[in-house]
Design a protein around this ligand. Structure first.
Ligand SMILES: [Zn+2]
Length: 456
């Protein structure tokens, strides 16, 4: 009879854990379910997310939803106490839960599709995501349920969108404001020089958003004013890389916390620069030059300020894939510009901007990480750092998550093989832990195609 007893029901189905009989110092689980669960994940190689080298023969102690200690296995026996569940992970690799910095789960709210996507993300190792604009009424409901563990989902941190009035002809804004007027609701606000920005930012915060998404059709002066007021209210601002007519350098100079889409870094090369989101033409790859001094100056300024590039390669590669022979090569432009940003030392986060195919067992984040290695030249170690600590920093939540260290949220990803040798190892998930709660991959069931047919 193994000494290991498992407190949390979902763990019981994980064969690997059930077989882990020889765990060190295992004792009786807590009898009172109201007591915070004390769990020790031991016999792991730890990649802590900080960029430090991996450490073998480690253990992570989790108390409730927080990490209590990170220590060598050798230090464990002295610490074993009644009620502690010990889980022997038999040499598996543990890293912080991943952060997807560009999702859209509520543009056109559909509960079934959203839950299927969120569930796949969580069981794929993603413990937090930044939703980059949608229907905040729907997102608030999902975010609450995700936060409380009522649905299997990463924590959801969503944004409130701001743009010039002309942008609200975009059909997506009408879907995300059904029953109300896009541009005139707290999560989709039309901004003009006459807007009372103190009220606008307060409204954005009041709809439960975690930051402002600066989307389109705003002047450099208005972006600067939005950032100044948002930061005064201690609220991050996440901008599109080009906001039309404003250029990437304008958003960066305004002090935004991140810019999205490496592809949009190509617009300063287009002359004349498009003056609105709706009238822009595709970037011409022949006009993009990675060593252009203006681009290098932009990257130097981003590095100096710590502005994060949310590269979103997979969304553009997917657009090309769908266009087939008519592809405009957007993915290749995005890859070239992300590679140049990486070489210049810009912080890159891992965002997808699309959910991926419904029948894929892995979230789109895996493809994004692989593209960053294969096409943008990032080392797997830098991609792991990008998908953990940098992602948490993009959310301004790096004090809470993004690394495995005492006091932080117990958000962990357990994989069978070394992702620093091959980033594809992150597809072989054994277990996700979010806020201390374990989600063994073996419990994940892919929805049948018919389940989501026509609604995904
Ligand atoms: Zn987006």
């Amino acid at each position: 009879m193994p000494a290991l007893r498992l407190l949390q029901a979902p763990l019981a189905s994980l064969a690997l854990l059930a077989a882990a009989g020889a765990a060190q110092g295992a004792t009786e689980p807590a009898l009172d379910p109201a007591q915070p669960a004390l769990t020790c994940y031991t016999n792991i190689t730890l990649i802590d997310g900080s960029g430090m080298p991996a450490r073998p023969a480690m253990a992570v102690e989790v108390d409730g939803e927080r990490i209590r200690a990170v220590l060598p296995i050798a230090a464990l026996p002295a610490r074993t106490q009644p009620g502690m569940t010990v889980v022997d992970l038999k040499g598996a690799w543990v890293l912080p839960g991943l952060v997807d910095t560009h999702e859209h789960v509520g543009t056109s709210p559909n509960r079934r599709v959203a839950e299927a996507n969120l569930r796949r993300c969580l069981y794929g190792g993603i413990t937090a995501m930044r939703d980059m604009a949608g229907d905040a009424r729907f997102l608030a409901e999902l975010a609450r349920e995700a936060r409380l563990g009522e649905i299997a989902s990463p924590d959801i941190h969503y944004s409130a969108l701001m743009a010039g009035p002309g942008f609200f002809n975009d059909p997506r804004t009408h879907m995300a404001a059904r029953g109300a007027q896009p541009g005139a609701v707290p999560w989709l606000q039309a901004i003009t020089p006459k807007t009372d920005l103190r009220t606008a930012v307060t409204l954005a915060r009041g709809c439960g958003a975690s930051g402002i998404k600066v989307y389109a059709d705003l002047s450099p002066e208005l972006i600067a004013a939005i950032v100044a007021e948002a930061h005064r209210q201690n609220f991050p601002v996440w901008s599109h890389a080009t906001v039309f007519p404003s250029l990437p350098a304008d958003s960066v100079a305004a002090g935004v916390d991140s810019i999205s889409h490496a592809y949009l870094l190509g617009y300063p090369f287009m002359v004349p620069t498009p003056n609105s989101y709706a009238t822009k033409l595709p970037v011409d790859p022949a006009k993009v030059h990675e060593d252009d001094p203006r681009l290098q100056k932009l990257f130097a300024e981003m590095r100096r300020r710590g502005t994060i590039l949310d590269a979103t390669l997979t969304a553009y590669v997917e657009t090309d894939r769908q266009a087939g022979a008519k592809s405009l090569g957007r993915g290749a432009i995005a890859e070239r510009l992300a590679a140049a940003a990486y070489r210049a030392g810009v912080l890159i986060s891992v965002g997808t901007d699309h959910a991926g195919a419904p029948d894929s067992p892995a979230p789109a984040l895996n493809e994004e990480m692989e593209l960053l290695v294969e096409k943008a030249g990032m080392s797997p170690a830098d991609v792991v750092h990008a998908a953990t600590q940098v992602g948490a920093r993009a959310l301004k939540l790096d004090a809470e998550m993004g690394t495995v260290e005492p006091g932080k949220l117990a958000n962990l990803l357990v994989v069978a093989k070394n992702p620093l040798a091959d980033i594809r190892a992150l597809r072989e998930v054994i277990l996700t832990v979010k806020r201390g709660k374990a989600y063994p991959r073996i419990d994940y069931h892919q929805p049948a195609p018919d389940d989501l047919d026509g609604v995904w």
